[in-house]
Write a protein that binds this ligand. Structure first.
Ligand code: PLP
Length: 492
């Protein structure tokens, strides 16, 4: 049961109270809160949104009340962050406005404040790699098993982390991702124990798990399992506006040790004009998900209904049991449904395309073999509409593409930052194999880099990335051009 104060939304309320007054605004942003100053924009987002689009440090939002600012008392933003921390069982929360990508930049900088080496899961999001590159951290990668069926990798095990820490005792922290894009949850508790036994904190990119731990029927979130620093996209699972996210601090000595550092790094990264709308949306999303367990239950039931239909069907299959069978997976997010489409004679890509084109159904992701659905924790699905559309998909039309496996890791020739900041040149794709990549290139989704700066481009990775770019829903983050006709490499 949640505390009654979880019904409060201090930051969103402060914004609402501002909107009740007829302000003459002579400050940024230049639309100054009036629809007539930006009619097209007002039509797009609503005149009310302009009214609450106020800058940071607007009296009443970041101060205590707009009538009377009382120095030293918690601001509405601070109180909203405290409520978010209470809901997720964190020691402290910071609201972010540049997504978990921004959160990963912050967390990698925090890790750099602790040392120069890091044990890190290889299948992290590209923003982690970008962060490591920028701050000059040397990663010791832990490779999870590849799920060749779904075309993805999930997590890593505590034993693998332990082994990496023994091999690289100078590592300053451990950095993992859980849940994976497909909703696979790692054994965070055991991994945290392994990290702590070696005297280092555990950082978890929980971008896909912002709803975890907010309802008793959902898996426990990582901060309650011993993780020290968490990055989470509240916009992905918990229902806040796109680009909003949070950073969470855990409990215990390792988290305590880094609190001041985290706070300083957050300040150094956050915009001085963070969007009030984004911040308020985190406040509102937390209240709704925590105080309306009935809505979460309805969303859960709709997810179960889809799984139930899949179990009865002989064409489409729920891939959850296959994901759970991996040694690095201990649970699966019930709001992620991976559907194996191969039995229906259609690729995941074709299914996604046809659902979009003919039924106006937009799924989260497709791979050659699967379709991935994301159900918002407070967004029950119209199961009938989805099921009718899915089961009406034509068999083997268009022709299923042959699935192409994830490429194996490329060998390293120089450091991430050394390659990224070196003089570079663009070469045609057929001359790229054998050259050192200057960029991190990630098939998107899921955005896990397939090659990193400083790694030697293999024939396999070049071909995989080009095929990804050519597939209907694929694109490669970091590429010089959309078709990958050229690759950016370290100049010779
Ligand atoms: C594991 C992981 N971390 C971080 C991110 C980046 O999150 P955001 O889109 O909120 O910047 C993503 C995006 O898909 C992700 O999959």
């Amino acid at each position: 049961m949640f505390a009654p104060r979880q019904f409060e939304t201090p930051y969103a309320d402060a914004l609402r109270s501002l909107a009740e007054h007829d302000w003459q605004r002579l400050h940024v942003p230049a639309h100054q809160g009036r629809a007539e100053n930006a009619p097209g924009l007002a039509q797009l987002v609503g005149a009310e949104a302009l009214g609450i689009d106020v800058p940071m440090l607007f009296s009443g939002v970041d101060q205590v009340t707009w009538q009377l600012a009382a120095p030293g008392r918690a601001t509405p933003l601070m109180r909203a962050q405290e409520l978010a921390a209470e809901a997720r069982g964190a020691r402290r929360v910071w609201f972010l406005t540049n997504g978990s990508s921004g959160g990963n930049h912050i967390a990698t900088t925090v890790a750099r404040g602790l040392g120069t080496e890091l044990v890190v899961q290889r299948s992290v999001h590209s923003s982690v790699i970008d962060g490591l590159t920028r701050v000059g951290l040397s990663p010791h990668f832990v490779h999870g098993t590849l799920d060749a069926e779904l075309g993805s990798s999930h997590g890593v095990t505590a034993a693998q982390v332990e082994e990496a820490l023994v091999e690289h005792p100078a590592s300053a922290a451990v950095y993992i991702v859980s849940p994976s894009y497909f909703g696979a949850i790692a054994d965070v508790e055991a991994i945290a124990e392994a990290a702590h036994a070696h005297g280092v904190p555990l950082i978890v990119d929980e971008a896909w798990g912002s709803h975890l731990g907010l309802h008793p029927d959902l898996p426990v979130n990582a901060v309650r399992l011993g993780a020290d620093l968490l990055i989470s996209s509240t916009h992905k699972g918990a229902g806040s506006l796109t680009q909003s996210a949070v950073l969470e601090l855990g409990h215990g000595e390792h988290a305590g040790r880094i609190e001041t550092l985290v706070d300083r790094v957050v300040r150094s990264y956050q915009s001085t004009s963070s969007s009030a709308l984004l911040l308020a949306s985190i406040d509102e999303a937390r209240r709704f998900i925590v105080t309306r367990p009935d809505v979460v239950e309805r969303a859960l039931r709709s997810a179960q209904e889809i799984r139930g239909l899949l179990h009865e069907d002989h064409r489409f299959q729920d891939a959850t049991p296959d994901i759970l069978a991996y040694p690095d997976v201990v649970a699966v997010d019930p709001f992620k449904i991976a559907i194996d489409t191969r039995g229906a004679g259609i690729t995941g890509h074709a299914a996604q395309h046809l659902l979009l084109r003919d039924h106006r159904i937009y799924c989260e992701l497709s791979t050659p073999s699967a379709l991935l659905l994301l159900i918002g924790a407070t967004s029950p699905v119209d199961v009938g509409r989805f099921w009718e559309a899915l089961t009406s998909l034509p068999r083997a039309e268009p022709q299923p593409e042959r699935s192409f496996p994830l490429p194996s890791a490329c060998s390293r020739a120089m450091g991430l930052d050394e390659a990224f900041f070196a003089p570079v040149e663009a070469v045609p794709y057929d001359r790229a194999p054998g050259r050192v990549s200057a960029d991190s290139l990630a098939a998107y989704p899921p955005g896990v880099p397939n090659v990193l700066p400083g790694e030697i481009l293999s024939e396999e990775v070049v071909s995989f990335l080009r095929r990804t770019a050519a597939s209907p829903t694929g694109y490669v983050r970091g590429a010089v051009d959309a078709e990958l006709r050229t690759f950016r490499v370290v100049a010779q």
